[in-house]
Design a protein around this ligand. Structure first.
Ligand code: GLV
Ligand code: MN
Ligand code: MN
Length: 418
């Protein structure tokens, strides 16, 4: 029988060391540092290897046994009773090309901070504690996003994901080998007792409404598509408008329609054309080719399908009118995920017990936690993001807010592990 979930009271005064957490975040952010305090650490790049080595070193220093699986996920385990499933936390250390220093890294390093706090206090837990970082969460180099955690929990196929290529044709499996992180631990085996992930909100809600902590109720559905449009290159000055087959025009029309769609649908629907690449990309030449991505998200699966259908019909009709060819490829498709009610309640009660204001909220961003949700009770803890900015070098959360989130993480993990 599962134990009643009540906020942890075994060590109510125990707190993580916020300065130590911030020091680790700053040290990790040196790897792949870019101008403006940001980080570029694309999955399986040389900088990712360097960051992995650093975090693995910290894990070993803390006495964790470190495993690397076949898709490069790294999990450090602190002993408990060996017959019990681990209570797990984690996130990712890859970033988008223009990333901040908190997205993902916070969840991993807060996990290590929890371990060090327990080590320092001499506290043993019945359940082992596991801290993981998962390959290619961002999807900024290889699609889909949450690739490593998806394989870890059996939602994505290992062989298929090892064969994924980036925009330059580099194969994920080969890149894993190259950086020395093609491990031999089998995937889709570890079933956690529960999974809790701390993350920056990456949106404006907590800051605007003055809450310290978000108890995340779930993650919205994500649909990523790539479109390749083939038109005809011709002279920009001599080709009459009615004779053009302009791939660039269609790319722009798709972007505009995506915005109109989100505006018309309202609610949680968002739509983004984040990448457009034109060929030959010259001032006086009608583009012969456009490659673009479309990101659609909604908390409601049926509305997300409606948005997908609308865009598909629009693109088909607009392409026919312009006389261009369009091929498309699904890069990622995840249905909305609801987190566990008891775990959400535990996050909320733990925060309130510590005197921290807390609000329930859905996540707009994708997270590794969503891959665990079908297999074990899962929840997330959010802390505010300044001005709601993320995937941007100016992403910022104050050291105090980071520490507050890590303390909630500590007591939620303790509650489930002790
Ligand atoms: C991952 O960061 C995503 O939500 O795009
Ligand atoms: Mn993230
Ligand atoms: Mn991100």
């Amino acid at each position: 029988m599962s134990r009643l979930i009540t906020p942890s009271s075994a060590y109510p005064g125990l707190r993580i060391d916020g300065a130590r957490l911030s020091r680790r975040i700053a040290r990790l952010a040196e790897i792949g540092a870019i101008e403006g305090d940001g980080v570029c650490r694309l999955a399986l790049s040389d900088t990712d290897r360097e960051a992995r080595n650093l975090v693995c070193g910290w894990m070993r220093d803390l006495g964790l046994s470190v495993t690397i699986d076949r898709i490069g996920n790294v999990v450090g385990i602190r002993d408990g009773q060996p017959e019990l499933a681990p209570v797990m936390t984690g996130s990712h250390i890859d970033t988008v090309a223009t990333g901040g220093r908190f997205d993902g890294s916070l969840g991993v390093l807060a996990g290590l901070e929890v371990i060090e706090t327990l080590n320092d206090a001499g506290i043993d837990t019945r359940h082992p504690l596991a801290v993981g970082f998962f390959t290619n969460e961002e999807g900024a180099r290889f699609a889909p996003d949450m690739l490593g955690s998806g394989v870890h929990q059996g939602a994505l196929d290992l062989e298929e994901m090892l064969a994924v290529t980036d925009i330059n044709g580099c194969i994920l499996g080969a890149e894993l080998q190259r950086i020395g992180y093609a491990g031999d631990t089998e995937v889709n085996r570890l079933r956690a007792h529960c999974y809790v992930e701390l993350h920056v909100e990456q949106g404006p809600v907590l800051e605007q409404e003055g809450f310290a902590i978000g108890a995340v109720t779930g993650v919205q559905g994500i649909s990523w598509s790539e479109y390749r449009i083939t038109g005809t290159s011709n002279h920009a000055g001599t080709t009459p408008m009615h004779l053009r087959h302009d791939a660039g025009y269609l790319a722009a029309a798709i972007s505009t329609e995506a915005r109109n769609l989100a505006k018309t649908m309202g609610g949680s629907q968002v739509a983004t054309v984040g990448m457009i690449r034109l060929l030959p990309n010259l001032v006086n030449v009608i583009p012969s080719e456009a490659l673009l991505t479309l990101d659609l998200r909604n908390t409601d699966e049926s509305l997300l399908r409606e948005a997908e259908r609308h865009m598909e019909a629009f693109i088909r009709q607009a392409a026919a009118r312009e006389g261009v060819l369009v091929s498309n490829r699904k890069l990622a498709r995840f249905e909305p995920v609801a987190f566990d009610g008891d775990m959400i309640g535990l996050v909320e009660q733990t925060a309130e017990r510590m005197g921290l204001t807390c609000r329930r909220m859905p996540s707009g961003a994708g997270h590794d936690a969503q891959m665990f949700a079908p297999n074990c009770p899962t929840a997330m803890v959010f802390v505010p993001s300044r001005h709601g900015i993320s995937h941007n070098v100016t992403e910022y959360t104050s050291p105090e807010a980071l520490a507050a989130g890590a303390n909630v993480l500590l007591h939620v993990l303790l509650n489930r592990a002790i």
